[in-house]
Design a protein around this ligand. Structure first.
Ligand SMILES: Nc1ncnc2c1ncn2[C@@H]1O[C@H](COP(=O)(O)OP(=O)(O)OP(=O)(O)O)[C@@H](O)[C@H]1O
Ligand SMILES: [Mg+2]
Length: 271
């Protein structure tokens, strides 16, 4: 295979990516790539740099250094093309609570310039898939956490993205909802060849769903491979053991102060 053929086969390409917040380095010179139609997990302890990386890949933050391509486009220079080619489920909830499920979907469709009939058709299709069609006219503030997450997933898929980023999509969901959600995403991956890049703290999910896993800690990728490879290289029997061996048992100090966190949250909500 020629090098350029290989590059064309990549959904995500990251070379020497670094992100600094003033003098703090949140992401430190990471490189990796994700094939088209691959399911890729990004694991790491709290504060490792997972969300920061996702925000850079999805144009929400500018990298300090490094080269990135999403479906061949540069998120720094070709923001619009990149934005059209991915869908995202954020770590922090980002629905409008005062709107109905349908209105949240519709608003997103308008932002992506989906014309009326197509928008209606896709909203109905997706709300049916995530089993929220009969709840479409309820205000989102009346939804449970699981229903909100399902709605965010449906919304992220509305413009038929080629790459789907999910930042801790299953946080706080019961096992039934988590299973149902992943089986839908895996199905989509198989049928439509959508690339999936996700983070989770549930090791079992990563092991079951992802083809390859990257383990990031203190902004650096310390291991990348299949679950089998990670276990083998650490001489452990489970992904959790491998993860703990690679990242240690110490609980992470959070870098930012509670005030910074509050500011961050506020920024997320007022995006
Ligand atoms: N806007 C910001 N300004 C300053 N520091 C930041 C900012 N955003 C993130 N950080 C810091 O960068 C580091 C990485 O944060 P990030 O949110 O990427 O971690 P994470 O791996 O997603 O963690 P978690 O599992 O807790 O979600 C943390 O120390 C965090 O406090
Ligand atoms: Mg995060």
């Amino acid at each position: 295979m020629l090098p350029e053929d290989k590059e064309n086969n990549l959904a995500i390409e990251v070379k020497s990516l670094t992100k600094k917040f003033n003098d703090f380095t949140a992401v430190n010179n990471i490189s990796f790539s994700v094939d088209k139609a691959e399911i890729f997990a990004f694991l790491g302890p709290n504060g490792a740099g997972k969300s920061t990386t996702i925000k850079i890949l999805t144009t929400l933050l500018k990298p300090t250094e490094g080269k990135i391509r999403i479906n061949g486009f540069d998120p720094v220079k070709e923001q619009d093309r990149v934005r059209k080619s991915f869908g995202i489920v954020f770590q922090d909830p980002s629905l409008d609570d005062e709107l109905t499920a349908y209105e949240n979907m519709d608003f997103h469709g308008v932002l992506y310039n989906l014309d009326g009939d197509l928008r209606k058709k896709r909203i109905e299709e997706l709300l049916k898939i995530v089993e929220l069609w009969d709840k479409k006219d309820l205000l989102v503030k009346t939804f449970s956490g699981g229903m909100k997450r399902r709605l965010e997933i449906a919304r992220g898929l509305l413009h038929h993205p080629k790459v789907f980023f999910l930042d801790e999509p299953t946080l706080g969901l019961d096992p039934q909802t988590r299973n149902q959600m992943w089986s839908y995403i895996v199905d989509l991956n198989k049928k439509e060849g959508i690339t999936v890049f996700f983070t989770t703290h549930y090791m079992g999910e990563a092991e079951k769903i992802a083809r390859r896993i990257a383990i990031i800690d203190h902004g650096t990728i310390i291991k990348l491979g299949t679950a089998e490879e990670l276990k083998k290289s650490t001489g452990t029997n489970s992904l959790e053991e491998a993860f703990l061996q690679l990242t240690g048992h110490k609980i992470r100090e959070e870098h930012s102060s509670p005030l910074d966190k509050m500011r961050q949250r506020r920024r997320m909500f007022h995006r």
